[in-house]
Design a protein around this ligand. Structure first.
Ligand code: IVH
Length: 665
C-alpha cells in the first residue's frame, strides 16, 4: 500500500517536472494549465496525507512558503569572480592580441548574451538541487535556496543520468520585461512604489523573506558556467550543451566563433537587436572555449583573463527641460510630466518624460531650463534620471509643486504615506469624468466599442456624464451627432446591450474604484460573489482577504460610502448589468454522456464556471485527451500540441461561443 502511494507520488513528481520543463524551459507545453493543476492537486493531497514522503525538491514546493526565511551567509567553494569590461571594439581587438600572444596556438571563442539580472550559484548533489547562494561579495553570499526553488526554469531534479555527482552551476536570475511591466502595473494600481528596472525587481524579489511571494513573480534563470572537481568536459560550449540536456535553461543565442571577426559581427548584431529579446541584456560575454586554454590564461585577483564583457553604452540622451505639465488621471492622481527639447533615444524621438511625483522632483532638484539626462527603462515613457547642474542657469529656482488641480482648480490633497497628489473633485473634474468613461468601455472592462473622441463628443453634448448614462443612450440621440450614421449608431447600441452580459469581475474593474485593478477585482468577485456583498463588507472582512491591504480596503469603503456612487450602482442594476458572480444556471441534457476537456483561457466565463456548465448539462469533465473524448473546448492561449492532438484524434473542437450555443446558453 505504502509502496503504491510512493510509486504514484514519484510518478506524479516526474510528470510534473517534465511538463514544467516543457513549459518554462522549452516553451513548448503539451498539457493545459488545468491538467497540470489537476496533477499538482493530486500530488499535494498525497503528500499531505503521507507526510513521511515530503521532499524539498518536490514540484509541489515551487509555490514557496509563508514562513520567514532568514538568509544565512555561506562561503563560496569557488569565488564568484567578475568580468573585465570593455566598451569598444578596439578593446576587443586588444583582448584578441593578448590571447594570441599568450596562447600561441589556435583557439576558439564562445559568445554569449550578458544577462542583466542577479548572479546565482546553485549546488546539485546526486542530481538534486541542494543549495542556492547569491554572489554577495564574491567570497560569501546569502543562502536563498527556498526562494530559488520557486523559479520554474531551475530544475529541482535533473534529467538524464550523465551529470556529475556534485557540481555548482552558475547563472543569472532575471525578470523578463513583460513580467516586469505587469508587476509594475499591478503595483501602480495597488498604490505601491514601482521598481526602477527589471534587474532591481529581480534582486529585490530574491531577497524577499517569504518564498510564497517570490513564487508569484515570474523570475527566470539562464545558466552560463559549471564548477566542480574533475569535471569530464573539455570545452565551455560542450558543458553548456550538457547542462541544457540536464534540464537547465540556456540561451539559444550562444555561438562558437572561430576568429575575432565573427565575434565582432555577433557583438554588432546584438547591439542593435537587443530590443527583440524578451529580457534585458547589458552587453555580451566572450570566453575562450577550451578549458585547457582557459587554465593557461589564468585569473587575476578579480576576474579571469580568458573572458571579457563587451558592455553596451546605457541608452541615455541629453536634452533640455522646457516646461512641466501636470496630468490628471481618471482616479484624480496627478503626474508631473517633463516637456523636453526633442531628442533621439533608442530609435525614437523623445519629447516628454515622466517625473513621477513631488518627491522625485525634489530628489532630482530639477529646475526649468535645466539640461537633463533621460533614459528608457522597462517602461514605455522615458524618465529623467539626472540633471547637469554645472550647466544650470545661476538664477534658476527650485520647481514648486502645484497646489490646485490644473483642470478644475480644486485644492489638491496628498494623503499621509502617499507619493502622489490627488484632485478630490471626482465628479466635476473633466479628465476624471472622461477617464472613468474611457476606462469603463475598455476591452478588459465592459468592452464597448467606442473611441475616446466619441466619448468626448457625447460628454460635451451632455449625453454622457457618468458610466450609467451609457445605458440610457438612444439611437435617435446618436443620429443627431456628427459622427453617427444609421449603422454606427446601431453598432454602438448593440455593443452597449452586449456589455450587460460581461461577467461581474469585469464590471467591478470597470467601476474604476481606486486601487481596484484587474487582479484585485477578480479576487474580490471570487471572495464576495456580488456587489451587494462587497458594498456591505466591513473593513475587517475586506482585510481578511489575501492580497487586500488597508489601502485597498479603505478605498473600497470610501467608494461605497458616497451617495453618488450608490445611485450609480442602482442605475447599473436596473440596466441589467451582472453584479453577481453567478455561475450561469443553464441546465439541460445537451451534453449527456459526453466527455469534454477544456483548455486555455476563456473570456466570458472562468474555467471553473465552464466546468460547472459542463456538469450542469450532463457532461463529464476529463483531464486528458483520448479517443474517448468528445469535445475539446478551446479558449485563448491553448497550446499547439494539445490542439494538434485533438485534431489527430478527430475530436470536435469548440470555441467558447460554440460551446455556449451547444448548451443553449
Ligand atoms: S561568466 C568568471 N557569462 O556578469 C566570470 N557572466 O561581471 C563568470 N553575467 O556576476 C561570469 N551574463 O552575473 C558570465 N553569459 C554570462 C553572463 C554573466 C551575465 C554576469 C554575472 C557576473 C557578471 C560579471
Amino acid at each position: 500500500m505504502n509502496a503504491d502511494i510512493k510509486n504514484r507520488i514519484d510518478q506524479l513528481r516526474e510528470k510534473l517536472n517534465h511538463h514544467n520543463y516543457l513549459y518554462y524551459v522549452l516553451a513548448q507545453p503539451e498539457i493545459s494549465d488545468f491538467e497540470f493543476d489537476q496533477l499538482m492537486k493530486e500530488l499535494i493531497s498525497l503528500e499531505t496525507a503521507n507526510p513521511g514522503f515530503q521532499d524539498p525538491n518536490s514540484p509541489s514546493q515551487r509555490v514557496g512558503s509563508d514562513l520567514n526565511n532568514a538568509f544565512t551567509q555561506v562561503n563560496h567553494t569557488y569565488p564568484m569572480l567578475s568580468l573585465n569590461n570593455s566598451y569598444s571594439l578596439d578593446e576587443m581587438q586588444d583582448f584578441e592580441t593578448r590571447n594570441k600572444r599568450l596562447l600561441d596556438e589556435d583557439f576558439e571563442y564562445v559568445c554569449e548574451l550578458k544577462y542583466d539580472g542577479v548572479s546565482i550559484s546553485i549546488l546539485y548533489e546526486q542530481g538534486r538541487l541542494s543549495r542556492a547562494v547569491t554572489r554577495g561579495d564574491g567570497e560569501k553570499g546569502d543562502d536563498v535556496t527556498n526562494n530559488v526553488r520557486t523559479i520554474r526554469s531551475i530544475p529541482l531534479v535533473l534529467k538524464g543520468d550523465d551529470y556529475p555527482e556534485r557540481f555548482e552551476i552558475r547563472g543569472e536570475i532575471l525578470l523578463p520585461r513583460e513580467g516586469f511591466n505587469n508587476m509594475n502595473r499591478q503595483r501602480e494600481e495597488a498604490g505601491e512604489p514601482l521598481f526602477a528596472n527589471p534587474r532591481n525587481a529581480a534582486s529585490g524579489t530574491l531577497k524577499i523573506q517569504n518564498s510564497s511571494v517570490v513564487a508569484k513573480r515570474p523570475l527566470d534563470c539562464y545558466v552560463y558556467a559549471l564548477m566542480g572537481e574533475n569535471l569530464p568536459y573539455e570545452t565551455h560550449y560542450e558543458t553548456i550543451q550538457k547542462a541544457a540536456g540536464w534540464g537547465f535553461k540556456v540561451s539559444p543565442y550562444i555561438k562558437k566563433c572561430l576568429n575575432i571577426g565573427e565575434v565582432m559581427d555577433y557583438v554588432r548584431h546584438w547591439e542593435t537587436e537587443k530590443h527583440t529579446l524578451p529580457f534585458d541584456i547589458d552587453g555580451m560575454v566572450v570566453k575562450i572555449n577550451s578549458f585547457r586554454q582557459q587554465g593557461r590564461l589564468g585569473l587575476t585577483a578579480k576576474s579571469p583573463r580568458w573572458a571579457i564583457a563587451y558592455k553596451f553604452k546605457a541608452e541615455q540622451a541629453y536634452t533640455r527641460l522646457l516646461s512641466v505639465d501636470f496630468q490628471v488621471g481618471r482616479t484624480g492622481a496627478v503626474t508631473p510630466v517633463a516637456n523636453l527639447q526633442p531628442v533621439k533615444l533608442a530609435g525614437t524621438t523623445v519629447k516628454r518624460a515622466s517625473l513621477h511625483n513631488a518627491d522625485q522632483i525634489a530628489l532630482l532638484d530639477i529646475r526649468l531650463n535645466d539640461y537633463v539626462y533621460i533614459e528608457k527603462g522597462g517602461e514605455i515613457i522615458p524618465k529623467v534620471v539626472g540633471v547637469d547642474k554645472a550647466k544650470r542657469d545661476m538664477f534658476s529656482v527650485p520647481l514648486t509643486y502645484i497646489e490646485n488641480c490644473p483642470e478644475c482648480g480644486s485644492g489638491l490633497i496628498r494623503d499621509e504615506g502617499e507619493a502622489k497628489h490627488y484632485c478630490p473633485n471626482e465628479d466635476g473634474c473633466p479628465p476624471q469624468i472622461k477617464g472613468k468613461l474611457v476606462h469603463f468601455v475598455s476591452r478588459k472592462a465592459m468592452d464597448i466599442g467606442l473611441a475616446e473622441a466619441t466619448i468626448n463628443q457625447l460628454n460635451e453634448k451632455g449625453l454622457l456624464n457618468n458610466i450609467a448614462d451609457f445605458y440610457a443612450l438612444e439611437k435617435e440621440q446618436l443620429l443627431e451627432l456628427e459622427r453617427f450614421a444609421e449603422k454606427s449608431a446601431d453598432n454602438l447600441i448593440k455593443s452597449i446591450a452586449e456589455s450587460k452580459m460581461v461577467p461581474f469581475h469585469r464590471v467591478l474593474f470597470g467601476l474604476g474604484i481606486r486601487y481596484v485593478g484587474e487582479t484585485v477585482a477578480k479576487t474580490l468577485a471570487l471572495e464576495f460573489g456580488s456587489l451587494n456583498a462587497l458594498k456591505s463588507a466591513s473593513l475587517e472582512e475586506l482585510l481578511a482577504v489575501d492580497e487586500i491591504g488597508e489601502r485597498i480596503a479603505e478605498s473600497i469603503q470610501d467608494y461605497f460610502s458616497r451617495e453618488k456612487n450608490r445611485q450609480l450602482i442602482e442605475r447599473l442594476e436596473k440596466a441589467g448589468l451582472q453584479l453577481e458572480a453567478a455561475i450561469p444556471k443553464t441546465t439541460g441534457n445537451a451534453l449527456a454522456g459526453k466527455s469534454l476537456i477544456i483548455s486555455g483561457v476563456f473570456s466570458k466565463y472562468s474555467r471553473e464556471e465552464i466546468k460547472a456548465l459542463i456538469e450542469q448539462n450532463g457532461g463529464k469533465n476529463v483531464s486528458s485527451i483520448s479517443t474517448k473524448t468528445d469535445y475539446l473546448v478551446a479558449g485563448e492561449n491553448i497550446g499547439p500540441a494539445k490542439l494538434k492532438k485533438a485534431q489527430d484524434l478527430n475530436i470536435s473542437i469548440l470555441n467558447e461561443d460554440e460551446f455556449l450555443n451547444l448548451i443553449g446558453s
